[in-house]
Design a protein around this ligand. Structure first.
Ligand code: PEP
Ligand code: MG
Length: 529
């Protein structure tokens, strides 16, 4: 919850007029010099962001530098100046419009989002051509920044101590501009909100403009409660996750990259229950090498110092697309070639990742987890490939550990044959996000279907219970790593089912520990709680 003054950030629309260039070669030189200045600014921004928040966030400024060097972009501008005899400003603006239109028409979400980057770099060049070197976005006192959309170069220049929260009308969670707390909020950007008092409720996804006294009081109370709760929860660090009647549960964290490790340690996670390795692939323009992956997995293993680190093998496809995989267009990507299916059809990609994982397992308690399993045959094939990778590494004299190999139960098929699958896996982790999608036939990406996407559906809960039972019968453990694992209204139910592990976002760990510590499972089962 953020409470403060709303500051509408308006991008200055650059007025570009079409002027006949007296000397086209001189105009081209003007453009080239402006471009060089832009590249220098971006390189400085890159260094600044790298220092402040790391490579991942800085990378976009390197991409912007590359875009400015792009031959197609440069040729278009210089040809326009030369052939049409126009001024550099007009050539930059027209080229930007053309490129934006071209990107917007592309099928691929990632490419469509690059339209914002073209606008951003062109705006920078235009600002320089106009003789305006001003960089910083002025923030008047601590405020809630409301904007149509925010480019990375804009958010990075904001004084972070002065920004209470971001709210934007546009921007998707996949774009680089997705720093705001709320995106896709429909609101006017005129004087109607600027300077007004605002409240951002990140939990409910709401923005209140000029809230009445009662709302303000209520939100201030919640803000205070949240702060107190957070402080209180910190006192639970170091405690064991054990119920009043002595039942233990493992509380692990879900992560997407190494930067999340700080939160994992701060919230006292017992391990990492799901490292979504696909983000390593999604952040790059080309396949990550074995060495690159090995270094990342090794760092995670070392940071967790002997605690379990479950790394899930590549799970791209469906909503997570990687251009360089050059996957064919699919009518139903969620039912298409995704996750383990890609790995099994592209063994070289799979083997590279497995080599990195086995090597990293020499540096900590690394476990390997396979996603989107539907059959016993698949698991047998995977384990054969893993065994051959292991043998190859040993043959090369490379040090490896003995990682557990578990599977995700996230398809109804896997849940229904969990008795058989349990004989082939070292552990189960239930992916309730996909399990809900596939069981209820509801696209998890389609927000319009939210009311039908019911993870509490008896079919889901019954499957979870069944999977846990089958795991225990075969002597292996079973956890939940989908979002439902963090649903506090179900924690006691999961304990009653005998779920051995809950893997949740690092910030949820201590709240769940609190429930565990206050629960008597037998009393709950007897209906006395
Ligand atoms: C799931 O499906 O529940 C899961 C944890 O995997 P993802 O959300 O990455 O598909
Ligand atoms: Mg999944």
């Amino acid at each position: 919850i953020a409470i403060g003054k709303i500051n509408v950030y308006k991008k200055e629309e650059q007025q570009v007029s079409r002027v006949k260039a007296a000397d086209t070669e001189a105009e081209i030189m003007r453009f080239r010099m402006a471009k060089e200045t832009a590249i220098r600014q971006l390189s400085e921004l890159y260094e600044k962001v790298l220092r402040e928040v790391g490579e991942e966030n800085a990378a976009i400024f390197e991409v912007h530098q590359m875009m400015l060097e792009d031959a197609g972009y440069n040729d278009s501008i210089e040809d326009m100046i030369r052939i049409q005899g126009i001024n550099a400003e007009c050539a930059v603006a027209d080229t930007a419009d053309n490129f934006v239109r071209m990107f917007m028409e592309m099928d691929d979400d990632y490419m469509r989002e690059r339209a914002a980057d073209v606008k951003d770099i062109s705006k920078r060049v235009l600002t320089i051509l106009n003789g305006d070197f001003k960089e910083a976005v002025a923030v008047k006192g601590a405020s809630i920044i409301v904007a149509d959309d925010l480019a990375p170069s804009e958010t990075v220049q904001l004084d972070k101590d002065m920004v209470l929260s971001f709210v934007t009308v546009h921007g998707s969670p996949n774009s680089h501009t997705a720093i705001p707390a709320l995106v896709g909020v429909s609101l006017p950007l005129d004087g109607a909100v600027d300077g007004k008092h605002g409240i951002v409720d990140g939990t409910e996804g709401k923005l209140y403009v000029d809230p009445d006294e009662e709302t303000l009081r209520r939100m201030k109370r919640r803000q205070q409660e949240e702060a107190e709760q957070k402080e209180l929860l910190q006192t639970l660090r170091g405690r064991e996750n054990v119920t009043l009647d002595g039942k233990k549960v493992m509380l692990y964290a879900n992560i997407g990259n190494l930067k999340d490790l700080a939160a994992v340690l701060q919230n006292d996670a017992g391990g990492i229950g799901l490292f979504r390795s696909e983000f390593i692939y999604l952040e790059r323009d080309d396949y990550p090498t074995e060495e690159e992956q090995f270094q990342i997995y090794k760092q995670a293993a070392e940071a967790m110092a002997g605690k379990r680190v479950i790394i899930r093998t590549l799970d791209i496809g469906a909503d997570k697309q990687c251009d360089y995989f050059q996957m064919e267009h699919e009518e139903n990507p969620a039912l298409g070639c995704r996750a383990i299916r890609i790995c099994l059809t592209r063994p070289e990609v799979f083997k590279t990742q497995l080599r990195a994982l086995f090597r990293a397992s020499a540096y900590g308690k690394v476990s390997i987890m396979y996603p989107m399993i539907t059959s016993v045959k698949e698991v047998k094939r995977i384990r054969e490939i893993a065994a051959s990778v292991k043998a190859e590494l040993s043959g090369q004299g490379i040090e490896i550990g003995e990682p557990e190999q578990g599977i995700m139960i996230e398809t109804p098929a896997a849940a229904l044959i969990s008795e058989e699958l349990a004989k082939e896996a070292d552990f189960f982790s239930i992916g309730t996000n996909d399990l809900t999608q596939y069981t209820l036939a509801v696209d998890r990406q389609n927000t319009k279907l939210d009311e039908f996407y019911d993870s509490h559906h008896p079919a889901i809960l019954r499957m979870i219970s069944m999977v846990v039972e089958n795991a225990h019968r075969a002597g292996i453990w079973a956890g939940i790593c989908g979002e439902l694992g963090a649903d506090q209204s179900l924690t006691r139910e999961f304990l009653a089912m005998g779920v051995d592990e809950l893997s949740v976002s690092p910030e949820s760990i201590l709240s769940i520990r609190k429930i565990v510590l206050e629960t008597n499972v037998e009393e709950y089962k007897a209906g006395r709680l």
